[in-house]
Write a protein that binds this ligand. Structure first.
Ligand code: DC
Length: 226
């Protein structure tokens, strides 16, 4: 099999990872893998069962009953399949964001999803975004980006994004949720969010999307022969 190219984009919630990665993947003809969506699917499943995402034993007991599938439609949009059911839209709520952050701290969940993520990167050129892509999932990625922005800017963007989708949300609550998720995602024992030594940090607080895409394209072009 020909060697594939992997671009890892890690960073905190709302830094713009998915928007940027989706655009870049379309331009480069790579697969975009949103790994947060995979953790969200686990959280959604656990929640449907009425199990707390903090309950390590409860999560471990039921997680074997879950089959997570990733499919791509003709437009290249990633769909999450939970035991045969498309839950792509159901997993995009503030409640599931919090629960995904909690459920992702358990070893049984991370282990279950590791090979699945690596297999996609083995088979395809990918831009994969998440929290531990450069550090754990694809430590030998060709390019590692750490995308970040101030919590306030991220909360403002997330508020606008959810409002545009017709969800009723409150900026202060979203800011609180983001700060709590930042804390959880950076302080967990296994695969916490952190910048790798070989990552390039891009702070998007003062940039618009076009500027971020151009910046990342420059970084990618320096490291990968496109
Ligand atoms: O990127 P996101 O907001 O959709 O991710 C939801 C949660 O999933 C996030 O708060 C932490 C967890 N996550 C993770 O632990 N590792 C990843 N690679 C991606 C997400």
């Amino acid at each position: 099999m020909a060697k594939t190219v992997s671009i890892a984009i890690d960073g905190p919630a709302g830094a713009g990872k998915s928007t940027i990665a989706r655009r870049l993947a379309a331009e480069l003809g790579y697969y975009y893998v949103d790994t947060g969506a995979i953790y969200r699917t686990v959280a959604y499943f656990i929640d449907l069962l009425g199990v707390s995402p903090k309950d390590a034993d409860g999560v471990a007991r039921y997680v074997d009953e879950l089959t997570v599938g990733i499919e791509y439609d003709e437009a290249g949009v990633q769909h999450m399949i939970m035991n045969g059911m498309d839950v792509t839209d159901d997993i995009r709520t503030p409640d599931i964001s919090q629960k995904a952050s909690l459920v992702s701290a358990h070893a049984c969940v991370r282990e279950m999803l590791l090979d699945m993520q690596r297999d996609v990167a083995k088979a395809h050129n990918v831009i994969m975004d998440g929290r531990d892509i450069g550090s754990v999932v694809l430590p030998r990625a060709n390019v590692k980006i750490f995308l970040t922005a101030s919590a306030e800017v991220r909360a403002k963007r997330r508020t606008e994004e959810l409002t545009a989708k017709g969800q009723k949300v409150n900026y202060n609550q979203i800011l609180k949720d983001i700060q709590q998720r930042d804390y959880q995602d950076t302080h967990r024992e296994i695969a916490p969010l952190k910048m790798c030594r070989d990552s390039v940090k891009v702070d998007t607080s003062e940039m618009d999307i076009d500027e971020v895409v151009a910046t990342i394209k420059r970084i990618v072009a320096e490291k990968v022969k496109l």
